[in-house]
Design a binder for this molecule. Structure first.
Ligand SMILES: [Zn+2]
Length: 81
């Protein structure tokens, strides 16, 4: 079977969306609090969090979540443990 260019493009998009380097919203939500705390503390985002950052850059809904988390954390201003 031969794939048309259009079918190939669709296939590539699916593959890109499921590479090991990307996570979905569930995966992002699981680590977003950790990410927000690092951001707030102006700490370097570790390589392990790159997936979260990448997802955030591409997902407005998770960006919203991050922003509200940052707001909540900033208003609490808990001393670092
Ligand atoms: Zn998301």
């Amino acid at each position: 079977m031969t794939l048309s260019n259009e079918q190939l493009n669709i296939l590539m998009k699916i593959v890109e969306g499921t590479t090991a380097d990307s996570i979905d919203c569930d995966g992002c939500f699981g680590r977003i609090a950790e990410f927000a705390e690092l951001e707030l503390a102006h700490k370097t985002i570790p390589e392990a969090m790159d997936k979260v950052r990448n997802h955030l850059q591409n997902c407005p809904c998770c960006q919203d979540e991050l922003n509200s988390l940052l707001d909540a954390l900033a208003s609490k201003q808990e001393p670092p443990a």
